[in-house]
Design a binder for this molecule. Structure first.
Ligand code: XIL
Length: 495
């Protein structure tokens, strides 16, 4: 245990200055790349390309997302349709009977207005995110409460929304209707026609949808939806479209997606991909990211091939804020943007399918990891591939034991193929002096690293900084984790 590391570290103002200068130089290409993307927005963005095909490309945003600049830098440019992630649901808008709160939803509408985007209202009637008081009502009062909720909310947003998901997720997997409080107290399936008519009366301009998951391919559940909407159409009930949520698992996009959308279109309905994501069983690797890219392309192509497919919305902006890891443990990386807001292969494949050309590749995130204070490189001693080997600094050589890649899941990998290893905080350590070692890549948080714009590399698990022990500049000095202190022995540049 080192007694007092700060005493052992002479302040090197000169070198620290160099480190900052290096960090500034490093920042330039990234800023330039962002500007280039914005400049070409009309033709190279998802929304620009979709608009050229008479479609939209949307996202879901929560009010929280509106304050996260990394997300908004993307959303402000890429998307022309927004679905509020939670803000128009019943538990937000009428948490107590007849006490309405449209403030959160209004913020999403306001973002849309200022970014020339449209809004998919989501949703009016759903068994989930439903306040307890609805389920506790005497059965005889449910129909009136539902109609009042729909009328009040749809009237508030009248004229401001492109569409409403009027009833969300009404089906069981076997194609029967879910026996929720509405079904049970408003005439069985009749509650759906009631909801649609009520919404139409309040906002005749909004397209009215039924929205559900696992109805993307042809199966018992989508047959149930097909039979229902056929019957609604034939009775003259106001219904305009069917939303296919499309929460896919990588490699499992149904091959019948296009044919299924077409059969709904043939009934005279619009169809939309309303909540697209494509979750990967973690950790990510080149092959599952490529599979995901193929999946996004397949979904996009299917929509373009069906004239009445009006657009695609991704559920969220980036992997770092997606609902997937919280809901499907072990899965993640479901969107087109990684944890560092960089476009993934799925973004490129979607752009290509929409008729765009490959965007400029993201700035390189791999290379030598320069220890700025020492003028040396992060190095695996003797090119070892033995798990547990502590990293050191050594004269930069360009050898494969000094070339690291920062992946979309925040790993810092060294080597490739079957010998690939990951930078790892030894034994999940979170204390000063924890050894920085190589270990078989396993995606755990002690193998996740933030490469920060201030030149530090920090452990996602502990927040500690990657640190050259004792601020040594000698070959063979060991690398560990230490509380971030601004020292030049905690400054790194990757190039
Ligand atoms: C999700 C939200 O993203 C989460 O924040 C919330 O906790 C649960 O709901 N189908 C839908 C969406 O129709 O409303 C859901 O959104 C995801 C599944």
């Amino acid at each position: 245990m080192t007694p007092d590391k700060t005493l052992m570290r002479p302040r090197r103002h000169f070198k620290r200055g160099l480190a900052l200068a290096a960090a500034t130089v490093l920042a330039v290409p990234i800023a330039a790349a962002v500007t280039a993307q914005s400049a070409g927005a009309a033709t190279t963005t998802l929304r620009g390309l979709a608009e050229a095909q008479n479609r939209y490309f949307g996202t879901a945003l929560t009010d929280g997302d509106l304050n996260i600049s990394g997300e908004m830098n993307i959303a402000n440019v890429q998307f022309d349709m927004v679905t509020p992630g939670n803000e128009m649901k019943w538990d937000t808008t009428e948490s107590r009977q007849n006490s309405f709160n449209f403030g959160p939803g209004d913020q999403i509408v306001s973002w849309a207005k200022s970014h020339n985007a449209r809004v998919r209202g989501h949703n009016l009637v759903w068994h989930s995110q439903l306040p307890g008081w609805v389920n506790s009502l005497p059965g005889s009062q449910v129909k009136a409460a539902m109609e009042n909720h729909i009328t009040t909310e749809a009237t508030h947003y009248k004229g401001q929304l492109y569409a409403w998901d009027v009833v969300n997720e009404p089906f069981n997997e076997d194609g029967s209707l879910r026996q929720d409080v509405f079904y049970n107290n408003d005439g069985g399936s009749a509650y759906i026609a009631d909801a649609l008519r009520t919404a139409h009366a309040a906002d005749p301009g909004a397209k009215l949808y039924l929205n559900d998951y696992n109805i993307e391919g042809q199966n018992a559940k989508s047959n149930g939806m097909y039979n229902l909407v056929s019957s609604l159409k034939s009775q003259g009930v106001p219904i305009d479209g069917v939303g296919l949520e499309s929460h896919f698992i990588a490699g499992q996009v149904p091959s019948s997606l296009q044919a299924n959308m077409q059969r709904f279109a043939d009934l005279g309905l619009d169809v939309a991909i309303t909540e697209l994501d494509d979750r990967i069983q973690l950790p990510t690797n080149n092959s599952n990211l490529q599979q995901q890219a193929n999946d996004y392309a397949a979904v996009t192509k299917a929509c373009l091939n069906v004239t009445r497919c009006v657009g695609i919305s991704q559920w969220g902006v980036d992997d770092g804020h997606s609902w997937i890891p919280g809901t499907f443990p072990g899965y993640g990386a479901a969107t087109m943007y990684d944890n560092n807001y960089q476009p993934k292969p799925a973004y490129n494949s979607t752009v290509n399918t929409l008729g765009g050309s490959n965007p400029p590749p993201p700035p390189p995130t791999g290379g030598e990891v320069h220890a700025v204070g020492a003028g040396k490189c992060l190095d695996v001693p003797n090119s070892s591939t033995t798990g547990g080997t502590q990293l050191q600094i050594n004269t930069c050589s360009g050898g494969s034991n000094q070339i690291f890649s920062h992946t979309s899941s925040n790993a810092l990998t060294v080597y490739s193929g079957s010998t690939q290893m990951c930078l790892d905080a030894n034994a999940k350590g979170t204390t000063n002096g924890t050894k920085a070692i190589i270990w078989t890549c396993n995606g755990q948080t002690n193998q996740q690293w933030n490469v920060n714009s201030n030149g530090t590399i920090t452990s996602v698990l502990s927040g500690l900084c990657l640190d050259v022990t004792g601020a040594s500049t000698a070959n063979g000095a060991l690398v560990e984790l230490w509380a971030c202190n601004g020292g030049s022995n905690q400054q790194w540049t990757i190039s």
